[in-house]
Each structure stands twice: as structure tokens, then as C-alpha cells.
Design a binder for this molecule. Sequence first.
Ligand code: F6R
Length: 613
Amino acid sequence: MCGIVGYLGERDAYPILIKGLSRLEYRGYDSAGVALINGNGNLVIYKSKGKVADLDNLVKGKDLSGSTGIAHTRWATHGEPNDVNAHPHFSESGNLALIHNGIIENYKSLRTELSSHGYHFHSSTDTEAIVQLIEYIMDSHHITLEEAVPLALGNLVGAYALVIVNKKDPDSLIAARKGSPLLIGVGENEFFVGSDATPIVEYTDKVVYLDDEQIAYMRKGKEMVITDINKVKKTPVVKKLNMSLSQIEKGGFPHFMLKEIFEQPSALETSMTGRLYEKESGVKLTGIIDNKERILAARRFIICACGTSWHAGLIGKYILEELTRKPVEVEYSSEFRYRKPVLFPDDVVIAISQSGETADTLAAIQLAKESGCFLFGICNVVGSSIPRTTDTGIYTHVGPEIGVASTKAFTAQVATLIQLAIAIAELDGREPELRREIISELVKIPSKIAKILEQDQMIADYSKTFTYARNFIYLGRGYNYPVALEGALKLKEISYIHAEGYPAAEMKHGPIALIDEEMPVVVIAPRRGNYEKIVSNIQEVKARKGKVIAIVTEGDTEVKSMSDFYIEIPDTIDCLTPLLTVIPLQLFSYHIAIAKGRDVDQPRNLAKSVTVE
Ligand code: F6R
């Protein structure tokens, strides 16, 4: 969602800010803006609907000097995407400018009150209320900006990550967070602020992650001071950033999504390194070993996640149940948090999130925490909110995922859940044979994925024939039912073609009515699991003239002979098939979207990290 960049130091701020905004484009946005305190001491603000490139064009020929500035990409929540609603917003006097991620729930009452004191609002945003409130508190209490910020923040209901510049104090920046991520890069006599690490990694690997309700006061040539909103000082904890510049660049691929699809063999290998021991036939997860009693005593596992991570969670349910014989529930975080779930202190709640910042999943964790459940996080972004809120967990460690449509994060989540299930089963000696078999197959998965990727050109050529389609159905059974959901989600989010995923046997209970010669049906039919059953489902589709695109195991003849098109995957055991069957579906969606001229890395209306509910 929205992105934040800030700079304070000796260099020209603008090039750092605009580059930072381009690095944040992957998060999804609809307008962009920048505020600088220029060489003449003026606070200048430029904002534009559209892309970061539009903003860069707008400022051509303008005075962009100055070494203090803030910049923002906005994903509209309050008020349509336009130049006025874009951030930064400025205060009544024009002395303060502010950028903000998150939602201020009491903005209407704040605006009404501030209007009654003579403050004028230009935009429809909640953000403008924050900057006006800060100035109002400064003026009415005759206090400095530093003193006014904690008071103002104490009056806000909702979530924020924000950065403020003050024309009257050009050598300082103030940043604060509650509920939305914010980190500060610490360089030599300079500071970089980011809503994630991508705008910072080029300049420094020393970062401070702000905690909720913390405020960072940065001043040129001085140490950063951090306080909470009660003005109690906190010691900044400087951490080393675990990210490299090459990880956030395209590396010769036309899109991040394609790069990330092709990264899966190496990403999965990295993700399993140091955890999976083929010789010893075991999985070592510190989070499980250190909490052995708590995990063994679990009454049940409850998985909370959204979107693609929820699909990984469904596969996790199947494998956890198969290996541990404990009950597993999979919940959409957004539903779980707003009903009254029955929770017990001996439940283990597993939160799955690539970004570690998804607002609904964070709220689900909070709810489970209040019931005393043990909290386990599976996340990709190191240092993000979910790993910091859960009792323990595992990082998937596949490096930054920049493409909005999740690919390598999904396969890593699935591989991690499989390892988690093995580690838990290992604790009480369950299923030793099956565990051994899974481990010896799991280590072969990266090379098998590489083999599927060799069919990329063939998939690209075939995909073009489907640009006409307005609908797709995806069918799978058992471990591949969640893959059907994931395949359909991938297609709709980047190609904008409507697609539905179903458990294949459910087709008869309704969706079969949709099938005719115009309807492409993707069937995931590896030669494992319920193969014979899915063969019957394909026959039902063919009998109604549907077009069948099948994912089959190498050497298959039966399904191939019934299909209009097929993509082969190497054989593996049933529970690992999702790690292979999803790969052709990712490529298929990518190539259809490209053939339709879509912006695959930044599909319309979508955000990479959904930090608002
Ligand atoms: C789809 C996709 C989303 C995310 C969902 C949860 O390709 O990426 O459905 O999976 O928004 O995000 P995280 O995993 O960051 O919690």
C-alpha cells in the first residue's frame, strides 16, 4: 500500500527520494508526491496523480535543491486518487508538511473541530487532519513541534506511520508509527526513512525498526532520539539489514514477477538450508525445539492468513493433519477477528504472511493473544510486525518479493509448513517412514521446479490463445484443491480475467452449469492422490465441450489424451505436488496477462502489503 521515504543529511534529497519512490512502486499506489526544504529555506511540495514517473516529469525545471525532504506514494482510501489528495499534506501556515500511511478513524471529528478553529482543509483525506492538528497544538499551547507531536498522536484513533518536515527547522525530521511499519536507516551524518527497507538498502545496512507508539527525532549531525508517546526515552536498537540491492532489481528479467517465478529453485533451497537434514532424515526448527512442551500440548492448530498465504495455509492443514493427527483449522484473518471464535489457551495459532504487515492477520494474532494462545509466525520480511508480535516462528527467507502477485513466497510458505509438520511429528515420533520419504523428496523439489521452468516458452506460446477468455475454472482435489484456488487467484489479479477455483468434485454441485465450448477449465491432475477421480471429472468437462488444460505427471497418457493442452511436471509424492503444480499456473497467468498488455508487477487496485483492514 502507501509508501514512505524520508531523507535528512548532506546530500541532495530529491534524487534519493524519487529513487526511493520507484523502489516502493511495487507496493501499489495511485499518486505520488514530494516535499523539500529547498536551498532558499522554502518548503516546496509537488504532487501528482499517476505514476512516480509523472511526478518526476512534473518537477522538471523546478528548484529541487535541499537536503531535507519526504516523499510518498498513496493508495487511495479516503478521497479519490488525485493531485490534491496525494501526500504530502501541509499545515494552515504552510510551515509543516506530512506524509502518512494508515487510517485515522476519528479524522471526521478532528476536521470538524479544527475547522471551528479556523483551519482550512483542501483534501478529502484523513491525513490532512493530522498535520493541522499538530500545528493547532503547537499554536494553542505555544510549544515546539517536538513537544506537539506526542500530544497530537495521543489524540489519534487508528493506525499511522508518518514523517514530518518543518520549514522553521530545516535540519530535522520527525517520524512516528503505530500499526503501520516504519524504519530508519542510519548513515554517516544522515538518516533515511522508509515504510520498508527497499528505499534504504542502497545507502546503509544499519536500520532501526520503530515500535508502535514510538517517535524518532532526527537532527543533522546529532544522534537520533527515540521516545514513546509519553515522552519516555527509548534506546534505539540498530540492526543489520538482511537485504541486498540485487535482490530488489530485475536482474535482466522484464518483470519482477517473472524473476521471482524463476528464482523459486534457489529461493526454496535457501529457505530449507540449515533446517532440513537429509542424511539424518530430520528437520531442525529452533522455534519448535525451544517450545516443545507447548507445541506437544496443543489442543489444535489454527492457521490465520489472507489471500495466497491462506491458500498455503490450506495445504498446511492437510499436511499437519496427516503427520501430526491434531485438528487444524484454517481461517481468513478478516473473518476470524470479527466473529467470536472459541479459543483455548492450549491452542497454537499459526499466522502466515509474506509481508508480516497484513492488518487483518495482525489483528487476528492480537485476538488470539488475549485468549492466551501460543503464537507462531511464518513470515518472509525480517523484522516486520508479525514476527515481532508472535511468540516464535520461522522466516521463509526467500528474499524480497516485489511483484504484487505472490509466487516464490507461496512455494516457500508451503515448503515451510511441510517442514513444520515434519518437525512437530518428529517431537512425538509419529510417521517416521512417511517423514523420511517426504524429506528425501523435498530436497529434490528445487531441481524439479527448474525442469518445469524449461517449458516457459511453450506455455507463453499457448497462453496467447486464451486472451479471448472472459472466465476460467480451475479444478483440483486433495493437496491440489488449494492450488486450484491459487491458480485462479493468480490469473484474476494480473490478467483481470474472472477465474474460480473449485475442489473438482464440487463441480457437479453447481459450477458445471457454466461449462460450454467457450469455457477453459484448468485441471490439476498429477498421478498421485485421487487421480482416477479427477480423470472422471475431466470426462464430465469434455462431455460438455469444455476446453481442458491439464497439469499432468511426466509419462501420463490418460489425462493427456483427454486434454486440449497439457503441461508436464516431474513425479513426486502427493503432499509435495503443490510445490510443482503451481509453477505452470504461475507462468500461465503471467503470460496471459502479458499477452493482454497488463501491468503484471503493479496490477490495478492491488497493493503488495495490505496494511489497512
Ligand atoms: C496474491 C497476494 C495476496 C497476499 C495477501 C496476504 O498474489 O499476494 O493475496 O497473499 O494480501 O499478504 P501477506 O502474505 O503479506 O499477509
